[in-house]
Design a protein around this ligand. Sequence first.
Ligand code: RBV
Length: 428
Amino acid sequence: MKWELKMVDYKIADESLAEKGREALYIAEIKMPVTAKVIRERFSKEKPLKGIKVAGCLHITKETGNLVRTLKAGGAEVYLCGSNPLSTQDDVAAALIEEQINVFAWHGNTTEEFYWCIRQCLKAKPNILIDDGADMIVTAHKEFPELIESGTIIGCQEETTTGVKRFRAMEKKGVLKVPLFPVNDARCKNQFDNELGTGQGVIAAIYGMHILFAGKTVVIAGYGHCSSGMALRARGLGAHVIVTEVDPIKALQAKFAGYEVMPILKALSRADILLTATGCKHVIPPNPEIFETFKDGVILGNLGHFDIEIPTKELYSYAKEVRTIRKDVEELTFPSGKKVYLLAQGRLANLVLSEGHPSEVMDMSFALQSLVSEYMVKNREKLKPGIIEIPKEIDDRVGLLKLESMGVEIDHLTEEQYNYIHGYEEGT
Ligand code: RBV
């Protein structure tokens, strides 16, 4: 065993957690039939990623663990670091070391350590980068340009909405130098992982304080895929839901779905629970006068990628006392005596307080990433820098495999129907 361990390069919290991690990986594996069975079995035989180094900057969860096992089964050498300082599950990291995955991640690393871990992965000279939030690929542009200029990097993938937003901004400015597949924008990703996974993230707020949702007023900031899922679940649990938006169409969608819609400043004083998933900064303005409009005892939770939606820095400095009352839940007491409860230091509560999105939905996101990795290797000569939408065939294939794994059959177009739907001649 010892000599085997030497073949992996790693820095994690505690190797002795491996057994617990193995249990977690198994729990996910049996709920990820597409990624962890169908694709993994084929990859084991065909080895489409032979000779390829993949670096992942992802939440280190039992689901990600199964993604990297599949990539490894396909012949890849895998390097992994966390995409958020608080989302790494140390037991999973330990189990992955035993499977010869090079992991640089531990729960609670500092910003400096976070970037050290990213650099360790980039130093391995990876050919494919899989990012969640854009930090690794942006670091490659800034600090490892030779990986891009030499063509070592064949292509990159981005997992989340916030990361894709950053890459679209880079492309617009002409500074995106790698072929970038926005996995988040595939239908099999955002309509399930974002909507159902983040939707179920309201459970994080429940875990945090063990509260009853029924009868509470829950303010949901944003009404994109993530927040609309949360609004639905909160309502299903008996809460009164208020939605805040800046996009008129999304606001209309929320209104017609039966929610109250109003500006955040009007909603704040009504919230028993406030959950953000907008991708934008300072959803609550960073102003103590505004903090004082909160209800006493309000729970504040963010489910967006970065910790800037709730102004945590300003909240901490305004509070006269900050007390951790349970793991990842802090009680902030304001000078007025008012108390607020902050989940996960304003970082993604869905990853920090609960275990991340359920394996069943991550199965689709990670099946996409596996197949897109294979696609990139097969088409490496053709890939040009810039954003490349996920091929529809891959998206459809993942959808069909998922349906098949659930024993669901669907109809297929006849030739006549196909011609009709793709034609224009037939009318009234
Ligand atoms: N996410 N991963 C998990 N269980 O591994 N849960 C959520 C998991 C991803 C999800 O795809 C989302 O886009 C991203 O985390 C936000 O950073």
